[in-house]
Design a protein around this ligand. Sequence first.
Ligand code: PLP
Length: 436
Amino acid sequence: MQSIYRLLVVDDAKSQGSSLVDVDGNVFLDLFSHFALGCLGYNHPRLLAVARSDDFVRGSINPTSSPFCPATSWFQVLDGLSAYAPKGMTRIFCVDAGTEGIENALKAAFIVHGERRRTAAGLPKNPLELPLEEQDAILRNAGSDAVIVSFSGAFHGRTLGSLSCTHSKTIHKADIPAFQWPIAPFPANRFPLAHHVDENASREADALAALEKIFDEFGPRIAGVLIEPVQSEGGDRHASGAFFRGVQALCNKAGCAFILDEVQTGGGISGTMWTHEQFELEQSPDLVVFGKKLQMGGFFANDAYSIGQFGRMYQTRNGDRARAMLALETLKVIEEEGLLAHVREVGAYFLAGLEALAARYPSLLREPRGRGFMLALDLPTTAARDSFLKKALQRGVFATYTGNRSIRMRPHLILSRDDVDEALRTLDEVAREVSG
Ligand SMILES: Cc1ncc(COP(=O)(O)O)c(C=O)c1O
């Protein structure tokens, strides 16, 4: 599958907006955006201006250990970013990739959980005040039996902790030892959502009941529940706000962290800055992980999950200053150019077009679904999906794959209605050709 994409090398001097130009001069409508990394399109003038600024150059060439000895511009950029934090989040922790954001959010959950457990048992909250034999057990990897609950089909990254919570494809995990942490079923909802309301409600109720059983079984060992607002790599699987509220309620009851992985769903692609804003949660999540469109990885935390003790959460660099400047400018452009409303409006138009296509080719195109610009369709088999994507690419529309048989679209937030019309025309042509 991936080999078809390795043929494409980007000429990013020529690419502009949603148009990706390859080294051979072929022009593609980019519905791929490098697995949702891209946000404002190629060569956005505001990002070019930041990249040419003295601050950016200094941030790029003068490595600084931000947690220990930060440069002045680091405070400015962190203050700026905090204005875009999800509601209730008071802390930001920056690293490089999405998977590192997950690793560190899990660490924050484990640390708070460990401190609470010790306090409840009348032991010192500070691990450095524990008896020396217990500190020795910690050094010998025998310190904690805590677990994180994740969901079937989830993807949280490829480093070891994140991979233990990833269950989307065998190839990601084969031969790599994993923590034996519990896995709850993610509801296998059907689409279009409006056609399957009762059926989906019952799938979600079953999934919540299964999660509750895990809480019964693992009880106080559970430090947190990690979940994607839309399972992206696992096949673009959506669940309702009610489901997420149910998960959060179980976390609250158990007193563990409710951790949202917004690496792929954050940064405006769903039509709100953070997808969980659409779930009407009764309170803010405890930890929200970011990545991709924010140009770096990291997480936001509420007060309860802000880790103060020196040395517990620390990386030499803790965030790339230059990337953080680009992230901040990206978020400002999203706000100033009204891109969230644009994504909601054009995304709804795109989804309606995909639903019409699925109705026209019911045996080929199925389960159209989306939130904003996170859009997907299923084909009957992996081979049919791969061949469909290749034909669309040959006609100049670059969408990508997810799960076993889904087509995933992740356009840049600037995609226009005309672009959508072009995409739908091309998908229609391919569907007509394939249906013979
Ligand atoms: C939901 C989710 N979490 C985490 C990651 C890992 O991010 P990265 O590849 O930047 O490490 C990804 C990457 O696709 C993702 O989609």
